[in-house]
Ligand binder design. Structure first.
Ligand SMILES: *Cc1c(COP(=O)(O)O)cnc(C)c1O
Length: 414
């Protein structure tokens, strides 16, 4: 070997192939996702995602889109033509609804009793709306009279409110508020990110004008799409805007022509995410909404009963607690992060901590969609008992799990 060849060979070995960083195949461990979302995903949905990519104008894909729209109408309990899935997570749905309907200077009432109401307010300000923010203590819900007074005072065109506040665990009743909105000729815009497919969301019967959701909560699909629905009245408002929708990517005046008859290209649909959503919706359709809601009710009841038996206090207003997300007060002397790490490292269970003013004070325990099972609830209560004991918290062995088991036993008898 000449000296030059030697140098070349040396450099290839030293700086080239052999010293290349090795990247391992992705193999994340299976976790039990009992936080505020994402929730676990049925293997059927993951299999659907691995199907071949189609063109976004391929007739086979257009059929998949049509069926997805039909299934979304089933889940939203609506006949709304404009019901589809936007690219992006739940927040993209939030921005789609607000940016398409609201124009600069429009009067909007935003109801804030947690993080997500606050996010709606932020977006409304960015849209240069004339915002009236109503506040209720975190963990509580709004009384219809509060909204009535604000409508009488402001004459607002829109009322924006969160149905299931995932940051607090409170479920907002909507029927009365919707009636008041009709009385004052205001449009009702609802965040159904966490509630959809976990409890009743009756878009038509309740008279909701526009709503949005996300795929990764009770729909149990990976994060990445945001189902939205608009009634005819809302559609008219969008199509008679004086100004262009300020966000090009979410502009429904253009996107509706792709999901509608014309099939105009606007942006490339996230093909495989749509496969996943269709399969998740098909699972919901097979189970039936009533059965699915009953499953969330039962597991949530067992969970809450178990936690209370262990001496933990529920945080959200009684009578308005979510069936897919339970907020429990962290007992005195117990460290939030240590417990959550213990659950994750020893049991592979993820739960959520508090957000904003609830940080360090509460845990948020999700029982959403595919994760919402008796097995997961019982395992979680057992795991939490172990984690609490590790922190020196006194709890009678098995008391939480046994209390939950009794809930299941009496449900089976009934
Ligand atoms: C999760 C959530 C959102 C935001 O959804 P992302 O998918 O995180 O963008 C909005 N509103 C509520 C009530 C939520 O729970």
């Amino acid at each position: 070997m000449s000296k030059l060849t030697g140098i070349i060979v040396y450099n290839i070995i030293k700086k080239g192939v052999l010293s290349m960083k090795q990247y391992q195949e992705l193999r994340p461990a299976e976790k039990i996702l009992m936080g505020p979302g994402p929730s676990n995903v049925d293997p059927r949905v993951l299999r659907a995602m691995s199907a071949p990519v189609l063109g976004h104008l391929d007739p086979d894909f257009l059929e998949i889109m049509n069926e997805t729209m039909e299934l979304l109408r089933y889940v939203f309990q609506t006949k709304n033509q404009l019901t589809m899935a936007m690219p992006g997570t739940g927040s993209s749905g939030m921005e789609t609804v607000l940016a398409n309907l609201i124009e600069e200077g429009d009067k909007v009432i935003v109801c804030i009793n947690g993080v997500f109401g606050g996010r709606m307010e932020d977006i409304c300000h960015r849209l240069k709306a004339d915002v009236t923010a109503l506040h209720a203590p975190w963990g509580t819900v709004f009384e219809p009279d509060t909204i009535k007074e604000a409508l009488a005072k402001t004459g607002a065109k829109f009322v924006a409110i969160v149905h299931a506040e995932t940051s607090t665990g409170a479920l907002q009743p909507l029927e009365e508020i919707s009636k008041i909105c009709k009385e004052y000729d205001a449009m009702l815009l609802v965040d159904c990110v966490t509630s959809l497919a976990g409890c009743e969301v009756k878009i038509d019967e309740w008279g909701i004008d526009a709503a949005y959701s996300g795929t990764q909560k009770c729909i149990s699909c990976p994060p990445g799409l945001a189902p939205v629905t608009f009634n005819e009245r809302a559609q008219k408002v969008i199509n008679s805007r004086k100004t262009k929708v300020p966000i090009w990517y979410l502009d429904l005046t253009m996107i509706q022509n792709y999901w509608g008859q014309q099939r105009f290209y606007h942006h490339t649909a996230p093909i495989n995410m749509n496969y996943a959503l269709r399969e998740s919706l098909r699972l919901i359709y097979e189970e039936g909404l009533e059965n699915r809601f009953a499953r969330h009710e039962l597991n949530s009841k067992a969970l809450k009963t178990g936690l209370e038996a262990m001496g933990l206090k529920m945080w959200a207003q009684e009578g308005h607690r979510l069936p897919m997300l339970t907020t429990a007060v962290i007992p005195e002397g117990v460290d939030d992060l240590t417990v959550r790490k213990y659950l994750l490292n020893r049991f592979g269970i993820e739960i959520g901590g508090g957000l904003g003013e609830a940080k360090g004070k509460i845990w948020r325990i999700g029982t959403m969609g595919y994760t919402c099972t008796e097995r997961n609830v019982l395992l979680f209560l057992t795991a939490l008992e172990s984690a609490l004991k590790d922190q020196g918290y006194k709890v009678e062995p098995g008391i939480g799990t046994n209390a939950a088991m009794e809930v299941y036993a009496s449900a089976k008898k009934a």
